[in-house]
Design a protein around this ligand. Structure first.
Ligand SMILES: [Zn+2]
Ligand SMILES: [Zn+2]
Length: 401
């Protein structure tokens, strides 16, 4: 197939036998969800299919990651990496359809089953039609959900072994019309981390608070005071979130405990804002606790940087998607999400674009991470076609490395 004949047509037609086959793969993966770094069955299925189609692969990236490479026969060109995440969540699925999870306490509630399937569909097509210029690298990544599988792959030398010019990733997006696309030039997903605050006081009898230092009242003030950082210290034109989501205090109703632990998460759309939030939180925790005669400390962990798209890659993706789907189905003015994504670790090494593919309306607030969520099989053909069209028509050049 020549690049021209891919224009304006879905390379995998909705309702075709290829689409039906992808639905089977997707439902099989959905029924057999696996958690971070333990995606053995999914990884084996991916590796088996890629090899069956004659694609050269390497395995065991970050435990279960699989990377494939297809060299185009269309002459020299850049190396374009495409990524799909494969992991599921710790969650009991509440759906009752036939392809519901067979693994208790595990569920594909974020649609990574669909991501893996769309990249497989594209891989098969590209292996059969390798007339594109340059090279494509297929990254099947483990452990996106909070465990940073992307970071581990980068640390293991992913882009040294596969020196990509650009990297692309997508996420299915409930609330965006099925098969439509949203692109962001710049930040698309927030940076995140988790925090743990410890407030230390002096435990005493619940009837004699004056004999100790009550850390619960300090923690209560702290929860409220932390909200002043975003509302009073951060510019109203910048975005940040501080959420206290867990409290752990005490053993009995009659005892004032000697310490309280607060946990939560922070988000920001750029790394400077994130550093600013950390600094203000550390100062506030220390000084507010001291004001009550207690001591406080905060530690941050689980950091994902903000996912910030490269302009050149974003323009290329937007153009390809507009050609394939029509301009009115490609949205470039939607606000970014304060959710986080470990694709950001790839973007720290290689410029690229992470975009959203509409999963259709959310019924009854059934969104990502809901026990009722399901990836929309109708968009498998559009997603796979988008990957194929991008490989054929990105119009990008090799970067000097
Ligand atoms: Zn998720
Ligand atoms: Zn996800």
């Amino acid at each position: 197939m020549s690049p021209k004949s891919v224009l304006n047509s879905a390379v995998i037609t909705p309702g075709s036998s290829r689409h039906m086959e992808m639905i089977k793969w997707r439902r099989h993966i959905h029924a057999h969800p696996e958690l971070a770094f333990m995606e053995q069955q999914t990884s084996a299925l991916v590796a088996e299919k890629l090899q069956e189609w004659g694609i050269e692969i390497t395995t065991n990236w970050a435990e279960t990651g699989v990377v494939g490479r297809i060299k185009g026969r269309g002459g020299p060109g850049p190396v374009i990496a495409l990524r799909a995440d494969m992991d599921a969540l710790s969650l009991d699925e509440k759906n009752t359809f036939e392809h519901k999870s067979r693994h208790q306490g595990k569920m594909h509630a974020c649609g990574h089953d669909g991501h893996t399937t769309m990249l497989l569909g594209a891989a098969r097509y590209l292996a059969e039609h390798p007339d594109f210029a340059g090279e494509v690298v297929l990254i099947f990544q483990p452990a996106e959900e909070g465990e940073g599988g992307a970071r581990v792959m980068v640390e293991q030398g992913l882009f040294k072994q596969y020196p990509a010019d650009y990297v692309f990733g997508l996420h299915n997006w409930p609330g965006l019309a099925a098969g439509e696309v949203a692109v962001h030039d710049g930040p698309v997903m927030a940076g995140m981390d988790t925090f743990e605050i410890e407030v230390k006081g002096n435990g005493t009898h619940g009837a004699m608070p004056h004999l100790g230092t009550d850390p619960t009242i300090v923690a209560a003030h702290l929860i409220t005071a932390l909200q002043s950082i975003v509302s009073r210290n951060l510019s109203p034109l910048e975005s940040g979130v501080i959420s206290v989501t867990q409290m752990d205090a005490g053993t009995m109703a009659t005892i004032i405990p000697d310490h309280v632990v607060l946990k939560g998460t922070t988000r920001a759309l750029d790394n400077d804002t994130h550093i600013f939030l950390h600094k203000r939180m550390s100062d506030l925790v220390e000084n507010l606790c001291a004001g009550f005669g207690a001591t406080g400390s905060v530690i941050f962990g689980g950091t994902y940087p903000a996912t910030v798209n490269d302009s050149t890659a974003t323009v290329a993706l937007e153009r390809v998607a507009s050609t394939l789907l029509s301009e009115k189905k490609v949205h470039s003015k939607l606000p970014p999400s304060m959710g986080a994504e470990d694709f950001s670790f790839f973007l720290q090494d290689v410029p690229g674009c992470y975009f959203w593919l509409g999963n259709g309306p959310t019924e009854g607030n059934c969104t990502l991470h809901s026990p009722h969520y399901d990836f929309n099989d109708d968009i498998l053909a559009a997603g796979a076609s988008l990957w194929v069209s991008l490989v054929y028509q990105h119009g990008l050049s090799s970067r000097k490395k």
